[in-house]
Design a binder for this molecule. Structure first.
Ligand code: SPV
Ligand code: MN
Length: 635
């Protein structure tokens, strides 16, 4: 290898063992060595540890995370807890930091208006300066992963350097091991890479000290992300949202899709079939709980790659093998499958929950909560306030759990299928209290893209900032969209147009409320919307055509509520939920128009659909003489 001398120096200095050197040597990849050399010199760790796919190496990471107090053991076997940094309720490290996540744009390059960008040279200079010596006195873990199933044309290899054992451990649960895959690369530089450092630490458990210097910079030119002074997984785990951004860029240039999608097998009662669906929902809007609905089969809950396949379908593969899920509201009634998994022994990392006597407690778990314990703010007691006088909840609303999918009883057997699974449907949803009905089928593929492009959602605790602000979030992917929205939407259109069997597209809204502010649906009702959508892809149900899409017939929903949930569903509920709220939808279309106007090159079909929808709704309002139209008015 080219870097023999430099690595020999590391051995002489005692930074690298000969065994670990051999592991690197066996890869036969000069690019891997170049990257390691560059960042070891910059970050200055006191030790380099190379993790192969061997059980011994993996166990080392797990144990070391405990030894360094990045994780602590809990009562149940395999359970550990990790805390991310906390100073006040508004200054913490427990969510994605959109403000300090920036795309490095080369001179003259396009700057997407919805994203934070920085001139590439300037940004690199800034972050490399911050990273100087950031691993001083710490161990740097070198890990190799495969995004997507092994031996699959979906997959992309990834190299991670991190000084956080929590990050290295989490990635072990969430991603497929890739050391052996790297050996097959044949000295190519066709892989993503991620350099992460939690930076200077303080306290016990150790948390990032310099949150103001938190940076996550995305370098599309080199397919790499540099991330420093953070621990929260959405900022630190290279393979997760950082790789998502790189893959969106790659897919956009290669005519496939990278999406913020779950993948699930929908299994309607009595039909003896599995129909694969994907879906995108902004963070904390029910994405994981949709994929985990009782009686259904999960393949993934967060990120999917889609490619058109020889059989004429779009195929989707989960690039992950685990779940980093929101734990809030996971309880035996609303999320029985996850609840069972989280309350029995298995390798699980909890983050930012409450610990009392080695037991874990989280918001909405349906149990009595102790009045004191240990949480992200240190020792916690009821009514504890931060330095601004803001109440500190016992667990963070964005507290999470990390588990392997293979641990769950409802994982679909095709999780690791190199061919992915053929898609019949795509669901798009948002957190919308007053505009869209619970389920709606698009009028065409293009209109499906329109439904995805016009997702609006009230902000949640998954990102730092005020909650409850209505924001547009195309395909729930806006935070990660490193390519112009127009080009992205056009890619979607081309992708579907070339398919022989195009998936049907649906929008969902689990968060519709009545005038009094009460949710119109129970949490598990989402099952009915999904089963109805599945039935539509199989020709089981008729539907009512409206200007905004197809909506279900009352009789079909009544039947499904009874069959799947043993619940009666009244016609008045149906009418309240499925009435077309013309004024609210027109107001939404106006907001969408503003969003599209701020972008360049929004494809023509989007404008055509937007204008047609406006025209049709105004016409309907005039003909009916009212602005809320009951579904029965269309029959
Ligand atoms: C999300 O917020 O969309 C997540 C968790 O899936 S994070 O890793 O923070 O992105
Ligand atoms: Mn996500």
């Amino acid at each position: 290898m080219d870097y023999q001398k430099e690595f020999n120096d590391y051995i002489v200095k005692g930074i690298l063992t000969e065994q670990d050197f051999e592991k690197l040597n066996a890869l036969n990849n000069d690019h891997v060595c170049r990257i390691i050399h560059q960042f070891v010199d910059l970050c200055n760790p006191s030790k380099l540890t190379v993790i192969s796919d061997s059980e011994k190496d993996i166990v080392y990471v797990r144990k070391k995370a405990i030894e360094l107090h990045e994780e602590s053991k809990l009562n149940l076997n395999g359970h550990t807890v990790h805390f991310d940094g906390f100073i006040t309720m508004s200054n913490h490290d427990q969510a994605r930091d959109i403000g300090n996540t920036k795309i490095l744009i080369p001179k003259g390059g396009y700057k997407p208006p919805a994203l934070n960008t920085v001139d590439r040279e300037e940004g690199l200079k800034e972050i490399l300066k911050i990273m100087e010596g950031c691993m001083k006195g710490k161990e740097c873990i070198i890990r190799f992963f495969c995004l997507g199933p092994k031996n699959s044309k979906f997959s992309i290899l990834a190299l991670q350097l991190t000084d956080s054992l929590y990050v290295a451990h989490s990635e072990d649960l969430l991603y497929r091991a890739g050391y052996e895959e790297f050996k097959k690369l044949n000295n190519s530089e066709n892989f993503f890479y991620f350099i992460h450092s939690a930076g200077e630490l303080m306290g016990n458990p150790p948390v990032t000290k310099n949150l103001k210097d938190r940076r996550v910079y995305i370098d599309l030119k080199e397919y790499r992300v540099l991330s420093v002074n953070n621990q929260y997984a959405g900022n630190s785990l290279g393979l997760k949202k950082l790789a998502l951004r790189l893959a969106i860029h790659k897919a956009n240039n290669e005519n496939w899709l990278t999406e913020h999608y779950f993948i699930m097998g929908v299994c309607p009662k009595g039909k003896n079939r599995v129909t694969y669906f994907t879906g995108a929902f902004p963070s904390a809007c029910g994405k994981t709980s949709t994929a985990m609905l009782p009686g259904q089969q999960i393949i993934g809950d967060d990120i999917a790659y889609l490619r058109s396949w020889e059989d004429g379908f779009a195929h989707a593969a989960n690039i992950e093998q685990g779940i980093f899920g929101i734990i809030k509201d996971v309880n035996p009634i609303d999320d029985p499958v996850i609840y069972e998994a989280l309350t029995t022994p298995r390798e699980t990392i909890f983050s930012n929950i409450l610990i009392k006597d080695g037991n874990s407690y989280w918001l909405g778990m349906g149990k009595n909560i102790p009045k004191e314990g240990l949480n992200y703010s240190g020792s916690w007691y009821e009514n504890k306030k931060d330095e601004n006088g803001i109440l500190i909840p016992f667990a963070h609303p964005n507290a999470r759990y990390t588990i392997r999918l293979s641990e769950l009883s409802n994982t679909d057997h095709r999780l690791d299928d190199p061919e992915g699974v053929p898609l019949h449907g795509i669901l798009y949803g948002g957190r919308d209290s007053d505009t869209m009905p619970p389920i709606l089928e698009s009028l065409s593929w293009e209109h499906g893209i329109f439904l995805g492009a016009t997702i609006e959602s009230e902000t949640t605790s998954a990102t730092i900032g005020t909650e409850g602000v209505r924001k547009s979030n195309p395909m729930a992917n806006l935070d990660f969209l490193v390519v112009p929205l127009g080009k992205y939407l056009e890619n979607h259109e081309n992708f579907g147009r070339k398919l022989k069997f195009c998936p049907k597209v649906f929008s969902t809204n689990y968060f519709l409320k009545n005038q009094a502010g009460k949710y119109l649906n129970d949490i598990l009702d989402k099952k009915i919307w999904i089963i109805w959508a599945e039935g539509r892809t199989q020709g089981d149900f008729e539907a009512i055509q409206t200007p905004i899409g197809y909506i279900p017939l009352y009789k079909d929903l009544k039947y499904l509520f009874e069959l799947e949930l043993g619940k009666s569903y009244s016609e008045s509920n149906y009418i309240e939920q499925f009435s077309i709220r013309i004024k609210n939808i027109l107001a939404k279309l106006e907001r969408m128009e503003q969003m599209f106007n701020a972008e360049k090159d929004i494809p023509k079909f989007i404008w055509t659909l937007l204008n047609k929808q406006k025209f049709d709704l105004l016409h309907l309002m005039n003909v009916k003489g009212k602005d809320v139209i009951s579904p029965n008015d269309f029959i």
